[in-house]
Design a protein around this ligand. Structure first.
Ligand SMILES: Cc1cc2nc3c(=O)[nH]c(=O)nc-3n(C[C@H](O)[C@H](O)[C@H](O)COP(=O)(O)O)c2cc1C
Ligand SMILES: [Mn+2]
Length: 511
């Protein structure tokens, strides 16, 4: 049977190679944003205590907001700048970050993202003296992270969060694979940083594997990082795959790493601000809460492991990347995450080998793309939609959190919420078409379960909003225009008093 999986209904193969991106670090990317009119400088003094986040939240209530570079943080003597809303809900900034055309539709971006994420280029080692991050290097007692401006985002937050727009390296003691994850990090003191990893995340699995061997887990974290590394740190790859190789594939060249001072892990040479340290079993401090991507304070304050910081590297006047967690469209986990997650879901379904899948979309307004995945398919046999629903629900890219998995036919664009609502309202019969999966992978951040200890067990609704397969032939025809009438009207569009182009229609009566 023919097998095709794609985000786009026009081309069914993942896009081919790319030549990579034109920039090589955060500063060069910021310069590109500036040239593209996607950057707003904020030069007036702004307090890191709730004010920076308030400005970011208010500016991002519109989907079209620019990236915000805070250049004057009240009381700061280190010359640090803070970049917020780096990507946010902007598909255009996502495209600028990965070298795609910003004018592509979301579906086309998902399709092309599959292509650029399929390439692997391993990291490059550069000598320490060539690493911009080594402009300043401090060890031990010379380090005082409290001297750098660190945002407190929400009034109920349990502390200042130095790590939100971060990347965190850990290694597997079994395979040596370096994982790159983005995990929140609360500042406890000059050389003490809390590290919150949710169960099942690679950073947590690596940490526990070291502890099982009776050893502390080495950690390297960058708090000022370019968008490609930041985005990949939040994607799910296999336990043996390194996000570094995927980042290199997108950049079109290996990610530059250099030797650390105190740990055996490497550090990212082009980053702005990097710490090295270790996390020891039993060394915990009270962490959280943090106003999260769900739009709520996720979980109660609880003991979490602490990074004991042993070295600090930074560029002069470093630029820290701060990721506001909030309801869409103000969440930093926005357009990029929706696009990349959808591409990963399609990759997983293709790898499994299920036929007929056409597109997928993890809508960003659904708790940063974690709440809902819509998958579209060309129904080919009885049970096909149920199979696609179950596989989508539990594939590695979609399994975490996702509560609603909705299958639609291939005439419905999964990226268009209006069309999905239409399918749900006309093709789905709730008593027949909804199945529930229980005890699925979730997170302590989900407020819909009240007892904290139950929260890590989720549930999922599999919603078949395809035309019922057993009645496919008799299912009422969709109302569509006659092609010839459409063409006649389109030709007279401006004469009829409408400006611009007539709407593009691709399917017609009788198709
Ligand atoms: C800004 C941001 C903050 C995040 N915070 C956390 C966090 O505190 N803990 C966590 O487990 N995952 C967090 N995530 C999600 C993980 O980065 C994501 O699940 C990723 O897949 C983890 O990498 P891994 O699959 O290699 O474990 C965050 C993601 C982003 C983008
Ligand atoms: Mn990983």
């Amino acid at each position: 049977m023919e097998q095709h999986i794609s985000a786009s209904r026009t081309s069914l193969e993942p896009a081919g190679d790319t030549s990579g991106v034109s920039w090589q670090n955060l500063r060069e990317w910021i310069a590109l944003l500036e040239r593209s009119d996607e950057l707003q400088h904020i030069t007036k003094p702004v307090d890191a205590d709730e004010e920076l986040s308030a400005i970011t939240f208010m500016a991002t209530r519109s989907e079209k907001s620019a990236a915000l570079l805070f250049e004057n943080v009240t009381g700061d003597t280190s010359g640090t700048r803070i970049l917020a809303n780096m990507l946010g809900s902007s598909k255009e900034r996502y495209a600028l970050a990965v070298g795609l055309d910003p004018d592509l539709s979301i579906s086309e971006m998902i399709h092309q993202t599959r292509g650029i994420m399929s390439q692997r280029i391993p990291p490059l080692r550069v000598p320490k003296y060539k690493a911009p991050v080594n402009e300043i290097v401090l060890r031990g007692d010379d380090i005082d992270l409290t001297k750098f401006p660190t945002p407190k985002f929400w009034p109920g937050d349990g502390g200042r969060y130095i790590g939100t727009g971060d990347i965190t390296f850990t290694a597997s003691p079994d395979t040596g694979r370096i994982n790159v994850g983005c995990y929140r990090q609360m500042l406890h003191g000059p050389r003490r940083v809390g590290l919150y990893c949710s169960p099942g995340k690679h950073g947590l699995l690596d940490r526990e594997a070291w502890w099982k061997r009776g050893k502390p887990c080495e950690v390297v974290v960058a708090y000022g990082i370019d968008p490609v590394m930041f985005m990949l740190a939040a994607q799910v790859f296999g336990a043996r795959e390194s996000e570094l190789d995927v980042a290199g594939g997108i950049m079109g060249r290996g990610i530059e790493l250099t030797d650390a001072e105190t740990v055996s892990l490497p550090i990212p040479a082009q980053a702005e601000f990097v710490i090295e340290g270790q996390v020891s079993e039993g060394d915990v401090m009270a962490e959280g809460p943090l106003g999260e991507f769900t739009g709520y304070y996720g979980r109660e304050r609880s003991p979490q492991p602490v990074i004991d910081v042993t070295a600090l590297h930074y560029r002069k006047s470093p630029i820290l990347t701060a990721a506001l967690m909030a309801k869409y469209p103000s969440c930093e986990i926005g357009a990029y995450y929706a696009i990349m997650r959808s591409a990963r879901v399609l990759d997983d379904l293709e790898r499994i080998g299920v036929p007929g899948v056409v597109g997928a979309y993890a809508h960003p307004a659904a708790a940063s793309g974690w709440g809902i995945v819509v998958v579209s398919l060309q129904q080919q046999y009885a049970g096909h939609a149920s199979q696609v629903l179950a596989l989508t629900a539990q594939c590695p890219a979609a399994a975490y959190y996702t509560k609603w998995i909705i299958a639609v036919d291939d005439d419905v664009d999964p990226t268009d919420f209006n069309e999905v609502m239409w399918a749900l309202s006309t093709r789905c019969h709730p008593s027949e078409d909804i199945d529930i999966l229980k005890k699925t992978w979730s997170t302590g951040l989900d407020p819909s379960q009240f007892e904290m200890e139950r929260r890590s067990y989720g549930s999922k609704a599999l919603i078949d909003a395809c035309k019922p397969h057993r009645h496919l032939k008799q299912f009422p025809k969709t109302t569509r225009l006659r092609r010839e009438v459409y063409q006649r009207v389109a030709a007279r569009w401006n004469e009829l008093g409408f400006s611009g182009q007539p709407p593009k229609l691709t399917t017609f009566h009788g198709d």
